[in-house]
Design a protein around this ligand. Structure first.
Ligand SMILES: [Zn+2]
Length: 212
């Protein structure tokens, strides 16, 4: 199974000044849900892993969180996509759990649930904690420069502590563009034709034979 584990805040929705505590406060990042749908259409399953310490701190309850995610699922479905599940860590930082990113517990639960090897999973998010959680279990790592990472640009200066080998993308859509180059080519017959031509070796005349 091809699996992408996404962060939520800053990756699928803009980061708020404070916690998002109700469905009314949740809005999708432009283009993010369409990017999820493109992954799905190429055979990738998408699961979200998110720290929600506002639960542990009593700022909102599980019903409110479920309402937020119901809204998210509906909006993804409206553009033809699907998020298989949302796994969340409900703990506050001082609860010393093993599932709060940057620890890998939450991501490992997802891999175990879906029976996917940890090194095969694409871990994609806008927060260093999400990428570090992926690194701790040996996954393939992608930082998107939205949300918390909006000041960053691919090819520019990167945050200290970003794991080696992390690929940096301007947005979730750009990550998908890079993951699915074949899909892009097949959607455009002219590009397929061009790639066939490029991949066909040009006969090189032998010395002395000339060109007929
Ligand atoms: Zn936790």
């Amino acid at each position: 199974m091809k699996l992408v584990i996404l962060g939520r805040d800053g990756t699928l929705n803009p980061v708020a000044d404070d916690y998002i505590t109700s469905a009314d406060e949740w809005n999708a990042m432009p283009g993010a849900l369409e990017a999820v749908a493109r992954l799905n259409h190429a055979g990738w399953h998408v699961v979200v892993a998110t720290n929600q310490p506002g639960l542990g701190r009593g700022l909102f309850d599980v019903m409110a969180l479920n309402a937020i995610h119901t809204k998210m699922h509906r909006q993804v479905a409206a553009v033809g996509g699907r998020i298989d599940a949302v796994f969340y860590c409900p703990h506050a930082a001082d609860e010393n759990c093993t599932c709060r990113k940057p620890l890998p517990g939450l991501l490992e639960q997802i891999c175990d649930r879906y029976g996917v090897e940890r090194q095969d999973v694409q871990v994609v998010g806008s927060s260093l904690a999400h990428v570090l959680a992926g690194a701790a279990m040996g996954a393939r790592l992608h930082l998107v420069c939205t949300g918390q990472s909006a000041p960053l640009v691919p090819g520019g200066e990167l945050p200290a502590g970003l794991p080696p080998g992390t690929q940096v993308h301007a947005s979730l859509g750009d990550f998908v563009n890079q993951l699915l180059p074949v899909v892009l080519a097949s959607a455009t017959p002219a590009l397929v034709q061009a790639s066939v031509l490029l991949s066909t070796p040009t006969p090189t005349p032998m010395p002395g034979t000339g060109i007929v």
